[in-house]
Ligand binder design. Structure first.
Ligand code: F6R
Length: 342
């Protein structure tokens, strides 16, 4: 039975802990969902904002080296010029009511794309069902960012079933096993990391294309769960610009905590670049951490870092005395946007 006295932050931690179970459940649902036959597509375009878009970005990073088709992630009102009648378009909105995603979806309909929707309901669920597009449901009642396992695995298994990529089953299974067996120890590690970051500016660096979306996930979770600003950038690109700006203006230079995310696919020269950057800019940060992904498959490695980052964000919320569920500013903004339309 659910503990009624449970705080929002405890609830968020429970949801973060449930990432492997979410993936497992969603993969099963998506396997049996009626999504039609595989197609010969010229591209894949996925529309989604915030917590609904990040799963698409993670899938994009995962498939970059596996999939022959370009995968676009649309996080705006308008979709790019490329999607055509031969494009698979996936609209992902947890609530089903996000106006940018609904606008992108309407454009994809006009272009004649093959469409599927992933949502817990709302306007997207209604409209797609009415139009006869496959709608794959995810369970409601969660903050969208805490439903990443559902949204991501539903998307990935759908792409696999529609012939966009090879089977992802082994990777998903390994990711689930790894998270289940390591989540308690990762939480302990997350508490230590959060203590170092508390009261400082986290700067998260990705060191491989596959990890770019993972760094993004860390930033979004720091923003929404912990209510703090977070900066992200990508190596090696960082070395050609940001290295000069690090720690300037002077305040709050020494207040930054650098978190570099690394993976076995990180280029050996990028590792050397990172070491050199941390050495050259030593006066620009308070502390630098290098965090290696764990696991064998790319999926397991991605989710080892996603889960750790989610835990750090929740523990950071706890230290800051913020309710990790509370995102009043997003709610207020959505209210204002709805009023303006009406
Ligand atoms: C809230 C969250 C937000 C939403 C975003 C889009 O937990 O993570 O970033 O995901 O505002 O809303 P949905 O996901 O309903 O399309």
């Amino acid at each position: 039975m659910k503990d009624v006295s449970q705080s929002g932050t405890d609830r968020m931690l429970d949801l973060a802990m449930s990432l492997p179970e979410q993936i497992e459940q969603a993969a099963r649902t998506a396997c049996s969902a009626n999504i039609g036959r595989p197609g010969r597509f010229d591209a894949v375009a996925v529309a989604g904002m915030g917590g609904s878009g990040i799963g698409a970005k993670i899938a994009q990073g995962l498939l970059l080296d596996e999939c022959q088709l370009p995968v676009y992630v649309c996080s705006d009102y308008d979709i790019p010029a490329a999607p055509s009648a031969k494009t698979l378009f996936v609209a992902v909105s947890y609530s089903g009511n996000t106006e940018e995603t609904l606008s992108a979806y309407a454009q994809a309909r006009r272009r004649g794309c093959r469409i599927i929707a992933i949502t817990s309901g709302g306007e997207l669920g209604r409209s797609a069902a009415m139009a006869g597009y496959p709608v794959i449901g995810v369970p409601g009642g969660m903050p969208p960012r805490a439903a990443l396992g559902h949204l991501f695995a539903t998307l990935l298994v759908s792409l696999e079933r529609l012939g966009v990529c090879e089977s992802q089953q082994r990777g998903l299974e390994e990711a689930v096993r790894l998270m289940r067996s390591r989540r308690k120890s990762w939480l302990v590690r997350a508490r230590t990391i959060a203590k170092h970051i508390d009261g400082r500016l986290p700067i998260v660096y990705s060191t491989s294309r596959m990890l770019d979306a993972v760094a993004d996930r860390w930033r979004c979770q720091f923003n929404e769960n912990a209510g703090v600003l977070c900066h992200t950038n990508l190596l090696p690109e960082h070395n050609h610009n940001e290295i000069v700006g690090m720690g300037r203006p002077r305040h709050p230079g020494r207040n930054a905590v650098v978190i570099a995310l690394l993976d076995r696919e990180t280029h050996p020269r990028t590792r050397y670049r990172l070491e050199s950057v941390l050495d050259i800019t030593e006066e620009a940060y308070y502390l630098a951490m290098q965090i290696e992904s764990k696991g064998r498959s790319r999926l397991a490695r991605i989710f080892s870092l996603v889960m750790l980052g989610d835990f750090v964000s929740v523990e950071l919320a706890r230290l800051a005395g913020k309710d990790a569920m509370e995102i009043n500013r997003i709610d207020e903004l959505k209210r204002r946007m709805a009023q303006k339309r009406g």
